[in-house]
Design a binder for this molecule. Structure first.
Ligand code: EPU
Length: 430
């Protein structure tokens, strides 16, 4: 057991380098299952979700070699099973990409239901509807394992998604990339990591057009050859540091980013009064001596404001002038972290999908608990601006998605450290 100890009040300044995108990495690593030759993947973030998905591939029989901190060599050829049902599979959300990848390779998949952060119900009905349209019969075994089977190659078809879903779009691309004929996904999600996955598959010889728009056309191919591929920068990690520096009224050059992917975040920061300048692969965020004011914020699928930055922005909005109104349009229940912010003195009221956030309410340090990955990031930001000491527990959520967050924040001037909590003390405070 470990926790973060944060002494608030320091202003963040300097430069931070953003890592590769978590949500691209956790799709591209299972996508290698479809490749007929070994691949090298670069700019992989060193986070626990990546370690876990790489381990799951190894358990399936793939040869996975870590070349350095951010590069993996994966040889998927030795994989000879389509069953991924052990406990590690339940430990993360993205393990559902094994379904699409294994169906794409074996026309069959048996995969334990995915875990991941709890935002209320996280259905996979659209994934299953898509697999069925491609020709796989899908069943839920004992309520815990998805079994998709077919005795022939997937057949290309048109699939209209009832909900704009990142996971479904990715899973259907994986299942269709080697299907017979053409698959069309309509009402597809448009997130940067969907484009990244399409670029990865196309570089190997796939034929995917329209990724990044709401209609994706996939013509099935027989063979995917090995490549070296570098994952895009993490839009959400960048947005987290942008919110953190604005909250502390500092100045930060955020490097290794694609400014286009950050447009909705940049626009919202400018609206509240932060100065943001875009370069080719960096953004400068300057909140020094600026008067920041309230805003309305609504999360939407890309290119809207990302739900994965909503908690960090709520933490920021507690520091600005006026009352902000935040509407969460993607997840039913993504405000669990608010209860912890209240323990730090925040004035926030939540009614269903809307949070009303009073600004300029001084926060004070407190023992708080990460409720999920991005909620944990919001509590770190709150700890950085609060008076006194914040002790953040359940940090395994944060470490699922942020590479070296303590080191990166310390280099910017934050007073944050990781502390080991003996088992017996952890049991008392749990
Ligand atoms: N939905 C359905 N049926 C489905 C699938 C989704 O109704 O079959 C609904 C969901 O309940 C939700 C909405 O559609 O209301 C969007 O869900 P989506 O499928 O897009 O989410 P996801 O693929 O499960 C990914 C990210 C999340 C991020 C969402 C939205 C990964 C591994 N996870 O989840 O990231 O919040 O897209 O952008 O890529 C995070 O990184 O902190 C995180 C939670």
């Amino acid at each position: 057991m470990e926790k973060y100890i944060i002494n608030g009040g320091n202003v963040l300044n300097g430069e931070v380098t953003v890592s590769g995108a978590k949500n691209a990495a956790v799709a591209i690593i299972p996508a290698t299952i479809l490749c007929d030759e070994p691949c090298r993947i670069e700019n992989i973030p060193n986070i626990s979700d990546v370690t876990l998905i790489a381990k799951i591939l190894q358990n399936l029989g793939a040869k996975v070699t870590r070349v350095n901190k951010s590069t993996l060599d994966i040889d998927p050829r030795p994989i000879n099973t389509y069953c991924a049902v052990d406990d590690s599979v339940r430990g993360m959300r993205a393990s559902y990409y094994l379904l699409g990848a294994l169906i794409g390779r074996f026309n069959n998949a048996r995969v334990a239901m995915p875990g991941g952060c709890n935002f209320g119900v996280r259905p996979i009905d659209q994934h299953l509807k898509g697999f069925a349209a491609l020709g796989a019969e899908c069943e839920l075994l004992n309520g815990a394992i998805v079994d998709a089977h077919s005795d022939r190659r997937m057949q290309g078809t048109s699939i209209y998604l009832d909900t704009v879903s990142v996971g479904t779009t990715i899973n259907l691309m994986l299942a269709a990339v080697k299907a017979e004929g053409q698959t069309i996904i309509e009402n597809a999600a448009k997130e940067p990591h969907i484009v990244d996955l399409a670029n990865f598959l196309n570089s190997m010889g796939a034929s995917i057009r329209g990724a990044g728009t709401d209609v994706i056309k996939i013509r099935g191919v027989d063979y995917l050859h090995g490549i070296t591929y570098s994952i895009i920068p993490d839009q959400i990690e960048a947005g987290t540091y942008m919110a953190a520096v604005a909250a502390t009224r500092g100045k930060l050059l955020v490097k290794n980013v694609t400014p286009k992917h950050l447009e909705s975040i940049t626009a919202k920061l400018r609206e509240i009064g932060v100065y943001v300048e875009e370069y080719d692969e960096a953004v400068l965020v300057d909140a020094t001596e600026r008067r920041l004011r309230r805003c309305n914020l609504k999360t939407m699928p890309h290119p809207g404001f990302p739900t994965d930055c909503q908690p960090q922005f709520v933490a920021l909005l507690t520091t600005v002038e006026g009352t902000s109104i935040v509407t969460e349009n993607v997840w039913d229940n993504r405000y669990q972290y608010v209860r912890e912010l209240l323990l730090m003195g925040a004035h926030i009221s939540v009614e269903s999908r809307v949070a009303i956030v009073d600004g300029q309410v001084p926060l004070h340090g407190a023992p708080v608990k990460a409720t999920d990955l991005r909620g944990g990031a919001a509590l770190i930001i709150a700890g950085l601006v609060a008076s006194g000491t914040t002790e953040l527990s359940s940090i395994h959520y944060v470490e699922r998605g942020y590479e070296e967050i303590v080191e990166k924040l310390r280099a910017l001037g934050a007073d944050i450290k990781k502390q080991y909590v003996p088992e017996d003390e952890a049991a008392v405070t749990a």
